[in-house]
Write a protein that binds this ligand. Structure first.
Ligand code: SAM
Ligand code: DTB
Ligand code: SF4
Length: 352
């Protein structure tokens, strides 16, 4: 059969994708899907891959029961993960400096909190954000649920991006976590958006969900207006002692499909090839870049699990003739006026 060459039209930015349309994308022959995603990619992006380094600033002991997460207190007896304290601001900044010198342009700090509490610890996180931003890096934090005033404080500190994943479809969510609702997740996303912080919001595949759930998650994300600027696509890391222990590894082509469909429905987003990459061959990663991924987590550790070797990652990018995204001088603008903010909160809250 001849390959379909008809995917060169300009991809519009749409917020009205239906689950059926997205499922139809998943059903395309793989090479047609990747070709289409690559056409979209070239209309909106250059050949750079962003290197984002991660640091767990507060590990373990989280009150939520997310089935995939090694940091949940609910699985601590079986995972053996201890509850640690928030780490020191100076140490965090020294790690950010090392990441910058190694070529990262984004630094993401994760805390195993259900939600943020005002007080000394949050003050320290605000100082971390100021310090990382002051180095010229994009600062990203992921701290669990936020209140509007906390989002505004982070914005004032110069925060570029807030990571808060929806993880899976609204339909499958209850199978994965019981201690919070999808709507609570959407509410935090609305507050972050309203504060003028860029959104980093994606999901995980390989948790037993169906293709429908992957399509349904992408529908919720693509309905947001504007789309999240950053969409991490994680392959489950089936950590020992979590309820997901023993789940089969995500099929490489399933990952490629998820990335390609994400690229097509959210053309401008930075699509991040996230957790699970250490199990992927160089060829699988190359296909993911072909399908529209343009960022990786960079450095030997994610939050608690291991990641690819940094030198090997740089070598792979060079072997493929891709380039590393340089630090840009144009930070994300906190430029929404008050009425636009209010409108966006309403839109995001309605999209469940
Ligand atoms: N507590 C915050 C929250 O839940 O938003 C921040 C930290 S949480 C560890 C950040 C994200 O990491 C989760 O939303 C999930 O998407 C991803 N993640 C956690 N454990 C994972 C695993 N075992 N495999 C793949 N992704 C995982
Ligand atoms: C995201 O979507 N994936 C990253 C980042 N955002 C914070 C975290 C992956 C964590 C994988 C399991 C671990 O290392 O604990
Ligand atoms: Fe892990 Fe975040 Fe869930 Fe806590 S809220 S268990 S840190 S994913």
């Amino acid at each position: 059969m001849t390959l379909n060459p008809q995917f060169a039209e300009i991809a519009p930015i749409r917020h009205d994708w239906t689950v059926e349309e997205i499922e139809a994308l998943f059903a395309l022959p793989l090479l047609d899907l990747v070709h289409r995603a690559q056409c979209v990619h070239r209309q909106y992006h250059d050949d750079t891959i962003q290197l984002a380094s991660l640091l767990s600033i507060k590990t373990g002991g989280c009150a939520e029961d997310c089935g995939y997460c090694p940091q949940s207190a609910h699985h601590a007896k079986k995972t053996g993960q201890a509850k640690e304290q928030l780490i020191d601001v100076d140490y965090v900044l020294s790690r950010a400096q090392i990441a910058k010198e190694a070529g990262a342009s984004r630094f993401c700090m994760g805390a195993a909190w259900r939600s943020v509490r005002d007080g000394k610890e949050f003050d320290s996180v605000v100082d971390m954000v100021k310090g990382v931003t002051g180095m010229g890096l994009e600062a990203c934090v992921t701290l669990g649920m936020l209140q509007p005033h906390q989002a505004r404080r982070l914005a004032e500190a110069g925060l570029h991006s807030y990571n808060h994943n929806l993880d899976t479809s609204p339909e499958y969510y209850g199978e994965i976590v019981s201690t919070r609702t999808y709507q609570e997740r959407l509410d935090t996303l609305g507050y972050v958006r309203a504060a003028g912080i860029s959104l980093c919001c994606g999901g995980i595949i390989g948790m037993g969900e169906k293709e429908f759930d992957r399509a349904s998650l992408l529908r919720v994300l693509s309905e947001m207006n504007p789309h999240p600027e950053s969409v991490p696509v994680n392959a489950l890391v089936a950590v020992r002692g979590t309820p997901m222990e023993g789940r089969p590894a995500v099929d490489a082509f399933d990952m490629v499909r998820m990335i390609a469909v994400t690229r097509i429905v959210m053309p401008r987003a930075r699509v991040r090839l996230s957790a699970g990459r250490s199990e992927m061959s160089a060829e699988t990663q190359a296909l993911c870049f072909m399908a529209g991924a343009n960022s990786i987590f960079y450095g030997e550790k994610l939050l608690t699990t291991s990641n690819n070797d940094a030198a090997q990652d740089r070598a792979l990018i060079a072997r493929l003739g891709l380039n590393v995204q340089e630090i840009t001088e144009t930070p994300f603008h906190h430029d929404l006026d008050e009425s636009a903010r209010v409108e966006q909160i309403a839109e995001v809250s309605a999209a469940s």
